[in-house]
Design a protein around this ligand. Structure first.
Ligand code: GLN
Length: 304
């Protein structure tokens, strides 16, 4: 497949469309990014690479890290995990509080903020040095030892993290947070602050296209069944109240972050990352979604 040619063709097409998206401004540090950045990187399961434009520039992966923390927590906790977090799409924005009270502090899924906070709590319980151990896990599955947190972004988010503070306190009141709130929050903000290039991110996620086995270390990151389930959760919950729309238009499991990144998985073929910082009203990269819609249409790839 001539992926690079297809990238250029679609990028040209997108130049003629107006992008009404806006860079996330509720985390002050994210506002420092150049809104016109655009990068694409596709990694095949045979480790072939196809790149475009700003694919080698680091950006804040934000909520995309929720899939990685879920993977590690699922590996460590097993099926007991689902007693504390559901697997249903929420149909609400990523930082919504609305369902949490009637659901007695059990988040609908692990990819909204409430769910990721519970996952962070589980990891804090399991890991000896949570931040150190987690980044080691990420470096290991990607085969890239330089991947790291960005303390500047973590601090910036901490200073404005009022909704996350509300979510975690509400869940603590229902007994669904076991550790000290500040410790869990610190861990969560650091996860969101991880920086990667499109290339690094697509490499990191390749294990979900290879049924749970890391193509780099050849180690099993997750069992085949667990890897299938993570993809299923991404398919249903990866884009919050735009998950149906993404599934409808793109037809692949994926995950977005407010840094403007999106990763999508085509099992047994590739993982693809697109980065464009301007977000639509649902908090997902507007150009990123449009690109993936055109890309999967052009290449006729979909899991359906
Ligand atoms: N760190 C962000 C937050 O907690 C993550 C949100 C996102 O990327 N959708 O608000």
């Amino acid at each position: 497949m001539k992926y690079k040619k297809i990238f250029s063709k679609i990028a040209k097409e997108l130049e003629n469309t107006v992008d009404n998206g806006k860079v996330a401004d509720y985390i002050p540090e994210l506002l420092t990014v150049n809104p016109s950045k655009f990068g694409i990187h596709l990694t095949t399961i045979n480790d072939k690479h196809f790149d475009f434009q700003d694919d080698d520039e680091k950006f804040s992966i934000q909520s995309i890290s929720k899939v990685l923390s879920l993977s590690l927590a699922y590996k460590l906790e097993g099926e007991k995990l689902w007693e504390r977090v559901g697997v249903e799409p929420s149909g609400t924005p990523f930082n919504s509080l609305i369902q949490l009270e009637s659901d007695m502090g059990i988040p609908r899924n692990p990819l909204i903020n409430a769910g990721a906070l519970v996952i962070s709590d589980i990891l804090v319980s399991h890991l000896k040095n949570p931040k150190k151990d987690f980044i080691k896990f990420v470096r290991n599955i990607s085969g890239i030892s330089s991947i790291d947190y960005c303390p500047r972004i973590a601090e910036s988010e901490k200073s404005t993290g009022f909704r996350n503070t509300a979510l975690i306190n509400l869940m603590k009141s229902f007994g669904n947070i076991k550790n000290d709130i500040d410790e869990v929050m610190d861990f969560y903000f650091n996860l969101c602050s991880i920086e990667m290039t499109c290339k690094e991110l697509s490499q990191t996620f390749l294990f979900l296209a290879t049924y749970g086995r890391s193509p780099y270390t050849k180690e099993r990151v997750l069992s085949k069944s667990k890897s299938k389930r993570i993809n299923a959760i991404m398919q249903l919950c990866g884009f919050y109240d735009e998950a149906g729309e993404f599934s409808f238009k793109v037809g692949l499991p994926g995950k977005s972050g407010v840094g403007g990144g999106i990763v999508a998985i085509y099992p047994n073929k590739y993982s693809i990352v697109v980065w464009s910082p301007k977000l639509n009203k649902k908090g997902n990269s507007s150009k990123g979604i449009k690109f993936l819609e055109l890309f999967t249409t052009e290449t006729q790839t979909s899991i359906f």
